[in-house]
Design a protein around this ligand. Structure first.
Ligand SMILES: [Zn+2]
Length: 185
C-alpha cells in the first residue's frame, strides 16, 4: 500500500513512509483513485449515487486488518454545504456502515469549523484551510484508539489536521484510513 500521508513511497507496516511526520501512528490507504474506484467515488460524491456507500464501506472492511475492540471509528467531517448539496453526508454513511460491519462504535465528535472549499485549491491553500478546519464537540476517551476515515487523500493536510485536533483534545492514539489516494501529476 502507498503511504497514507502522502500517497507516495512504499509504506512500511505502519502505512506511513519515512518522509512523512504526522500526528497519527498507523494508517491504511486502500487504492489509487483511478478506474472503477474513481468512477465509484465520483458517482457517490458528485453523481447522487447514494447507495455507493455500501461497496465503499465493504472495500474498507475487506482491506483493513482486524482491529482491536477499543477502536472508535471517526468520519472526517464534511463541509456542511456539500452535505446539503448531496442530500447526504457521504463519509458518515460509509463510516456508519463500516463500524457496524466491524462491531465498533462510531464517534462523531469531530466537526468542521468553517465552510472551506478545497476542490481546485493549491497545496498551500489546502494546508492553510485544513489547519483551521476542525473543532471537537464533546470529549474523548484518552485510552481509546481513534480511527479517522476519509475517502480521498490528496496532500494529506486534511488527515493531518483532523488527527491533530483529536490529539490536541487528548486522544493518545490516532490511526487513519483512506479509501483512496489521488495520483498527482
Ligand atoms: Zn509519506
Amino acid at each position: 500500500m502507498a503511504c497514507v500521508a502522502c500517497g507516495g513511497g512504499i509504506a512500511p507496516k505502519s502505512g506511513i513512509c519515512a518522509d512523512c511526520t504526522v500526528p497519527y501512528v498507523r494508517g491504511w490507504c486502500v487504492a489509487p483513485r483511478q478506474e472503477q474506484l474513481e468512477a465509484l467515488i465520483d458517482a457517490y460524491k458528485f453523481g447522487n449515487a447514494r447507495s455507493a456507500y455500501v461497496p465503499l464501506a465493504s472495500l474498507l472492511d475487506v482491506r483493513l486488518p482486524e482491529l482491536p475492540a477499543d477502536v472508535r471509528v471517526v468520519p472526517v467531517p464534511t463541509v456542511s454545504g456539500h452535505v446539503r448539496q448531496r442530500g447526504y453526508d457521504h463519509m458518515l454513511l460509509i463510516t456508519k456502515r463500516f463500524a457496524k460491519l466491524r462491531g465498533l462504535p462510531l464517534d462523531t465528535a469531530l466537526d468542521r469549523r468553517t465552510a472551506t472549499r478545497q476542490r481546485g485549491a493549491g497545496k498551500r491553500q489546502r494546508t492553510e484551510q485544513a489547519k483551521r478546519a476542525f473543532v471537537l464537540q464533546g470529549t474523548l476517551d484518552p485510552d481509546a484508539t481513534y480511527l479517522l476515515v476519509d475517502d480521498v487523500v490528496t496532500t494529506g493536510a486534511t488527515m493531518k489536521y483532523a488527527a491533530k485536533t483529536l490529539r490536541d483534545a487528548g486522544a493518545q492514539t490516532v490511526w487513519v484510513a483512506s479509501i483512496s489516494y489521488q495520483l498527482l501529476d
